[in-house]
Structure formats: C-alpha cells, structure tokens
Design a protein around this ligand. Structure first.
Ligand SMILES: Cc1cc2nc3c(=O)[nH]c(=O)nc-3n(C[C@H](O)[C@H](O)[C@H](O)COP(=O)(O)OP(=O)(O)OC[C@H]3O[C@@H](n4cnc5c(N)ncnc54)[C@H](O)[C@@H]3O)c2cc1C
Length: 399
C-alpha cells in the first residue's frame, strides 16, 4: 500500500449521520474524507426504505424535542439544495390507550415544549380519519408539523454537496483497523492507509466491530418494512385522490399506534397509492453482515392481519424491504468521545428513531470534532451513562 493520506478529520460510515456530518464539515474549510464500505445510499444498513417519519411530540422523551426542532430548518435547507422537498408535512397521529407510552409520552413532550396538538377520542378519530379503526378506549394525539423525510435523496444530497465543497468521498472501501494515538489516528482500509488528527465514527450496525474493546451493549435487529395497496383503490384511475377510506392519500397523517402495551406499528402514507407499514422494535437479532432483503410469507401475513384489524383497508401486499435497528438498552442515542481517545468521536444515534435528527447530529459531531460547544446537553447520550455501564457489566458477565 502507498503512504498514508493525511486529513484533519476522517469519518467512517456515510449513512444518515456520516453523510450529514461530512456535509457540515465540508463547510468548515478543513481537509476531510468520508469512507464507506458500500456506496451510499444503499440497502445494507439502517437508512433505506424510501421514507422516514419526523415528529416533534416525542413520546420517547421531551429531551429530544429541541434536537428535532433544530433539524427542521436544516431539512428545509437541504431540500432547497436538492431542488426538491426532502420534508413533506402530513401531520402525525399517535394512537393508544390514554396511559400508553405513545399517547402519554407524546402529550408530555408537547405540553413541556408548547407543541400544538389535538387530543382526540375514538369517535372523533373515526369521524376525522375514516381509515382508522380505534377501539372505544383508544385516544389520539394529532400533531401538525409531523411528516415524511426521504432518506436516500437526503443522503445523496449530503454527499454530492460535500464532494462539491471539496470533501473526499471514498466508497466501496472498508475500514479494517483503527490505530489511535494522542498525536494522530492511523486507519487501514481495503484500499489504502489514512492518518488523521480527528476521527468520527458513524458506522451504524457495525460500530462494535470497529471498537470491540468498548463492548457496547448494542442489539442489531432486523426490521422488515411492507407496502400495501387497498383493494378498494386498485383499478382507480387516480387512486391517490379518489380513495377516501385508505390512509394512502397524501393528505393522511403518518401514524404510530401502540395497539398493545409496548407493541407498536406505524404507517407512512405514500405519495402514490401504497401505504408503508412497519413494526417498531421486536425484530429478530442478527449480525449486520447477515442482513438480507428476504421477507417471509408469515411476516407479510402477520402485517396484513394487523392492518386489517386496525385500519379500514383490505391490504394487498406490494413489496417489502429489510432494514436494521441498532438499539441501546434505554433506546437513547450514543453521542460521545471515545472514553480512552478523545480525538475519536463516536455516534450511534439509532434505536429505530434516529434519522429525523441526522440533519442536526451532523452539526453536533462537527462541533465535537472541532472542540466547539454544541449548544445541547449531550449527557443523556454518554457512553458512561448508567444504563450502558450496567448493561455492559451484564454482557461482560455473560461472555
Ligand atoms: C425499518 C426502519 C425504520 C425506521 N424509521 C425511522 C423513522 O421513521 N424515523 C426516524 O427518525 N428514524 C427511523 N429509523 C432509524 C433511522 O433510520 C436510523 O437511526 C438511521 O438511519 C441510522 O443511520 P446511521 O448513519 O447510524 O447508520 P447507516 O445509515 O446504516 O450508516 C452506517 C454506515 O457505516 C458504513 N460502515 C460500517 N462499517 C464500516 C467500515 N468498517 N468501513 C466503512 N464503512 C462502514 C455502512 O456501510 C453504512 O453505510 C428507522 C430505521 C429502520 C431500520
């Protein structure tokens, strides 16, 4: 191999978070490179499947609201750069029993941060959204700014623009080893060697393969996605307009439904005639290199049954894909410096809800790499937080 190429900052992993970081960094004048083992946007990680939900009434924890609010203007700016919107406002309906995590958590975030919302009982939900079949004890939180992001187009725009700004974008190149020291970090990849003052690692489901010594308690779960068409809509000349009972029309909100305690599924109205559905969490644990796009017949049938039970549609399966969640024990992100090497920034902002934040997280990782204040409290995302330390201890004891 030739001598090392030298950079101020290198990023490993150019998915949602790495591509955003490369774009933010490309505006700082630093000499930077991003490396990915595949050619993003691709179907091998966590950022594919045509659409992602963005929402503010954040049932997970109110601490995420300032972050998501800071992401909206960046998504709008990126859409202007792309020449097409990368955020589509649809509103969001969060359904469940009154005391469910989704409903009570969404209200807590909305009340804490003055997010306008409508609180709907089952009758009102049925009257306003005839596509939903809530039981009498189901309520809904309707948030107005929620909507859809387009992950593949966003990643492509981040990368093209970063490259146009002078960033090196090296794809189909896998980082094989990292050699940190106080002065600089050396990397070897399948193609060359790098020497860099700072390193940012946004390797998604592969984070633990790059830092086995950290033994991070991350579970990698296979998450299938399904697209259905309503039989009633089939054959209609303009299905997106003429179907009034399908959630498919563009005017329908995205939704997240806690139909049993802790069991959630979500839906994204498509811009055409298909409704995209998925379960939130509960996927089978896999190793990331095992990911295949095969979806079993039983999985399709199970989602069809859920759709039939909770939505007023007759769902005809159209297509599927499979993605990965990289989940921490408390489902909060990891955004921190490496505990032993402060010149390495590590980020795992996933747990199945990270995409919407990637616009702002790229800026936070840029700030961390440049030793600048981020303006956000990142303590909840520390590698040393109790939930992670305790889980690592249990994992270590089992090993
Ligand atoms: C089915 C599904 C639905 C989701 N829905 C939503 C949603 O509605 N809203 C939301 O906000 N979030 C959602 N998420 C979560 C969100 O998509 C993820 O949190 C986010 O995309 C993760 O991005 P990432 O950059 O961490 O990972 P990725 O995009 O997977 O990027 C990691 C990159 O690192 C590269 N890499 C790994 N190892 C190496 C190496 N050794 N050398 C070089 N490159 C390497 C990989 O090739 C990959 O490109 C969903 C996730 C899934 C799977």
């Amino acid at each position: 191999m030739a001598d090392s190429e030298t950079y101020d900052i290198v990023i490993i992993g150019l998915g949602a978070h790495g591509s955003s970081t490369l774009w933010h960094l490309s505006r700082t004048g630093k000499k930077i490179a991003g490396i990915d083992r595949f050619r993003p946007p691709h179907q091998r990680g966590s950022s594919h499947g045509e659409s992602r939900i963005i929402r503010q009434a954040y049932h997970e924890n109110p601490l995420y609201v300032p972050l998501v609010r800071a992401s909206y203007p960046i998504w709008k700016e990126l859409g202007q750069i792309a020449g097409k919107p990368l955020y589509k406002k649809t509103g969001g309906l969060f359904l469940g029993k009154k005391d469910s995590t989704v409903v009570s958590g969404a209200r807590l975030s909305a009340d804490t941060h003055n997010i306008p919302y409508d609180y709907l009982d089952a009758t009102t939900i049925r009257n306003r959204f005839s596509a939903f079949r809530p039981g009498d004890d189901t309520v809904g939180v309707l948030e107005h700014e929620a909507g859809i992001l387009f992950p593949e187009a966003a990643i492509a725009t981040f990368l093209h623009t970063a490259a146009a700004n002078g960033a090196q974008v090296n794809t189909d190149e896998q980082v094989m080893a990292i050699f940190p020291s106080k002065e600089a970090i050396e990397l070897t990849t399948t193609k060359r060697k790098y020497r860099t003052a700072k390193l940012i690692v946004t390797a998604g489901a592969w984070l633990n393969t790059l830092f086995p010594e950290l033994n991070l308690p991350l579970s990698i779960r296979r998450q299938p996605l399904f697209w259905f068409r309503d039989r009633a809509a089939t054959g209609s000349p303009d299905r997106s307009i003429t179907t009034t009972r399908s959630p498919a029309p563009v005017e329908a909100p995205i939704f997240l439904w806690e139909y049993e305690k802790g069991q959630m599924f979500y839906g994204i109205p498509d811009l055409g005639d298909c409704l995209k559905l998925g379960w939130h969490h509960d996927g089978r644990i896999i190793s990331p290199d095992e990911l295949s796009q095969n979806v079993e017949k039983e999985e399709i049938a199970a989602m069809q049954q859920t759709a039939t039970q909770y939505l007023a549609i007759d769902p005809i399966f159209q297509k599927s894909c499979v993605c990965m969640y990289t989940t921490t024990p408390d489902e909060d992100f990891i955004i921190d410096l490496h505990p032993d090497h402060p010149n390495i920034v590590i980020a795992s902002p996933c747990s199945g809800h990270g995409f919407k934040f990637s616009a702002i997280i790229g800026r936070l990782l840029t700030d961390l790499a440049l030793d600048r204040p981020t303006g956000f409290d990142l303590a909840p995302f520390s590698i040393r937080r109790k939930a992670l330390v305790d889980a690592r201890a249990i994992k270590g004891a089992k090993a």
